[in-house]
Design a binder for this molecule. Structure first.
Ligand code: ZN
Ligand code: ZN
Length: 406
């Protein structure tokens, strides 16, 4: 029996408390960078397993030192979303909480981060309970604020690298709409780089009947929205991937008033930081030129926010993790994943440590379910075999680096 098989013999014991914890977390989601109770729960559990625990930048890091050997970090994100749950599950969230602007909003674990926490804690206990079967140092990292692209940066800014010390590899996973019981890996760019841009246009207000006395920001904004469609279709190579979406366009209050300003919120995705930069430069050029064409009385303002880096899996590390998955799960449960256009701030952590990383997906839906995408108010992954698979995947990947057979 391999060291991995021996460690995973403990799964039946962890599954009992994991299912209870999953229900508890799902009922008590917390918004990004406000995960106080979640972090306290994680801290309590890690301490009870014997980890050296630190709270860093709103997140929690548990370190387990186990003799000579490499250091592997496994990251789970812990935040929820301002979404009103419609799953109808017996443990559905009915929670509301005040966001950082003080506005009360429904909250839901609509991205499955409760699954990530529970699997991460299960792996933490299994590794702590089987120290004879591996060697080195295990770092269990629980990150806040993934949904707002703040959490990884917040932990790094709070001294993560200095407080943890050098590591050799970073690992992470996400529950997706694929089949429960399966894992999926992808070498190279796996999740897109993203950024959002807030554009404020200044026009000149007027009476709706006297457009010649104003500068109409509605016509200007409409022209910008149309023109932006040409970036991907006319400026990028057909071989390159990019998305430009205007998700919000706000101006005016009344039919007979030409407003003084308009605001656009634009979202950008790419699988290459250079292409992302090119798209952002094109947006700025088009916005400024259209303002000039409209003869606006002031320059527009452009503010880039919610910037996510590219998630670019190292091919060698991904091959190593994929081989470990195939040996454990069997090749028929390890899928070659397509690139996903969504984004993650995970890679900020390995980049800060200067190490390579492998990030993979695991399925959350049984064949009798119709999967709804992450962030949908009806997103309801099947508790099992999803939780078990996420826990097994975490332990399998970690032991590919730290296991006695590694
Ligand atoms: Zn999400
Ligand atoms: Zn997520």
């Amino acid at each position: 029996m391999t060291a991995l098989d021996q460690v995973l013999q403990g799964l039946d014991k962890t599954t009992a408390w994991q299912e209870e914890l999953y229900v508890q977390l799902h009922r008590n989601p917390e918004l990004s960078m406000q995960e106080t109770e979640t972090a306290a729960e994680i801290t309590r559990r890690l301490e009870s397993f014997g980890y050296d625990v630190q709270q860093i930048g709103g997140g929690v890091v548990g370190i387990l030192r186990n003799g000579e050997g490499p250091t592997a970090l496994f990251r789970a994100d812990i935040d929820a979303l301002p979404v009103e749950e419609t799953t109808g599950l017996p443990y559905a969230s009915t929670k509301t909480m005040a966001d950082r602007a003080g506005v009360t909003t429904p909250v839901m674990h609509a991205c499955g981060h409760d699954m990530h926490i529970t699997a991460g804690l299960g792996a933490a206990e299994l590794l702590a309970g089987n120290k004879g079967l591996w060697a080195g140092t295990y770092v269990a990292l629980f990150q806040p604020g993934e949904e707002t692209a703040e959490g990884a940066r917040s932990m790094v800014a709070d001294g993560l690298v200095e407080k943890v010390g050098p590591i050799d590899i970073a690992l992470g996973q996400h529950v997706l709409t694929d089949q429960a019981g399966h894992v999926g890996t992808h070498a190279g760019p796996m999740l897109s780089a993203a950024a959002s841009v807030k554009v404020v246009l200044t026009g000149k207000g007027s009476h709706g009947s006297m457009p010649h006395l104003g500068v109409d920001p509605v016509v200007l904004a409409a022209s910008i929205v149309t023109r932006l469609q040409g970036i991907v279709s006319r400026e990028l190579s057909p071989n390159d991937f990019g998305v430009v979406t205007v998700g919000s366009l706000q101006a005016g209050t009344k039919a007979n008033v030409i407003p003084g300003s308009a605001t656009l919120l634009i979202n950008v995705r790419a699988y290459d930081e250079g292409i992302k930069a090119k798209i952002l430069a094109s947006i700025e050029r088009i916005v400024r030129a259209e303002c000039q064409a409209s003869n606006t009385p002031a320059e527009p303002t452009l503010e880039v926010y919610d910037e996510y880096p590219l998630t670019d899996n190292d091919p060698d590390q991904t091959a190593k993790v994929t081989a470990a998955f195939q040996a454990h799960f069997g090749a028929d449960r390890v899928d070659a994943m397509d690139r996903v256009t969504a984004s993650e701030d995970f890679s900020i952590i390995p980049d800060a440590f200067g190490v390579k990383y492998a990030y993979w997906g695991f399925g959350g839906f049984t064949p009798d379910q119709t999967p709804l995408p992450n962030h949908n108010p009806g997103f309801a992954p099947a508790m099992q075999p999803t939780l078990r698979t996420g826990t097994e995947a975490a332990v399998t990947a970690v032991l590919a680096y730290l296991g006695k057979d590694a």
